[in-house]
Design a protein around this ligand. Structure first.
Ligand code: BG6
Length: 298
């Protein structure tokens, strides 16, 4: 109830967890109609903030040991905020130093690059969102849809994982590139950021994630046949993202498409299309991120 009564909610994290936090902020803002501010923990810990006893500060950390995130949470506690942790490692420092929290139970994340922890973090934000929305009697329809989609999510995730060979074949066409641009809109913008981070962390190829519409304010100047672009396409903003795709095509950019939209039109723009099942937009990032994790790996 304290979270529902909060004047403002902050979410603070680092790296991949920060991308999950951004998606979490969209979910909470949409389901609860409450403003949410997402902060890099390394900035939040040193910045003069408005955090006070009416604040709720959520922190996301797979390891529960990231120094910047721990410092940010300590600062929030000193200022009297309610602190909530979303961690994977049970008994970690952040788990011990937050007032309350949720373990994502993703199992040990072996690699430095967070993969299953990220998809589990997004899932947990959906659960937190619908729990709070039920308490607030928010729009019941979307709650029912998310609950339904959570039930079929494991099977849908498996259907994406089964595309490993297809994604590997696509990766072979791009092993010599030195730069990548990842573009997405709405809930898929954090997915674009995460896809770019995975490529940097796993393949040591420079990559940048951007809001698709923002491309025309700068990055479009870089598009040529040496600057491939990954587009994440969903029904939300479909026509606009297709026009972004056409702008890239006009400049000779090679395109990879991750799409939850099943239609033939996209085949006009790319020979490298990875289809994922369509689910509620709050959960869709789970299914659109996995191909990007596999792409970076190959
Ligand atoms: C970075 C890792 O060092 O820490 C990222 O390279 C990770 O993959 C980030 O997302 C945050 O880690 P954690 O454990 O706080 O989620």
């Amino acid at each position: 109830q304290k979270i529902l009564d909060a004047n403002h909610i902050y979410i603070t994290a680092c790296g991949t967890s920060w991308h999950a936090a951004l998606i979490g902020s969209y979910i909470i803002e949409e389901l609860l109609n409450v403003p949410v501010k997402v902060e890099y923990a390394s900035e939040f810990r040193y910045r003069e903030t408005a955090v006070n006893t009416d604040s709720v500060v959520i922190c996301v950390s797979q390891s529960g040991e990231t120094a910047d995130t721990l410092a940010a949470i300590r600062k929030a506690r000193e200022k009297g905020a309610l602190t909530l942790g979303i961690m994977n490692v049970v008994g970690s420092s952040i788990a011990r130093e937050t007032h309350c929290g949720v373990y994502i139970h993703a199992g040990p994340e072996i690699g430095v690059a967070s993969t299953k922890a990220f998809t589990a973090q997004v899932t947990i934000f959906n659960l937190i969102g619908i729990l709070l929305a039920q308490k607030k009697n928010s729009d019941v329809e979307i709650i029912k849809t998310i609950i339904n989609d959570l039930g079929i999510l494991p099977r849908l995730v498996q259907s994406v994982l089964d595309q490993g060979n297809h994604i590997s074949a696509i990766a072979q066409d791009f092993i010599d590139v030195e730069n990548f641009l990842y573009l997405g809109r709405g809930y898929q913008f954090p997915v674009a950021l995460e896809g770019a981070l995975k490529l940097k962390e796993i393949s040591y190829i420079h990559a940048e994630g951007y809001p698709a519409a923002e491309m025309k304010h700068g990055p479009i100047a870089l598009i040529d046949d040496n600057m491939p672009v990954v587009f994440i396409v969903t029904h939300k903003g479909y026509d606009k993202i297709v026009s972004n795709i056409q702008e890239v095509r006009a400049r000779g950019g090679k395109i990879i498409i991750i799409s939850s939209v099943m239609n033939k039109e996209l085949e006009n723009y790319s020979d490298h299309i990875i289809q994922v099942p369509k689910i509620n937009h709050c959960l869709q990032p789970v299914l659109t991120t996995i191909p990007l994790q596999i792409l970076a790996y190959h």
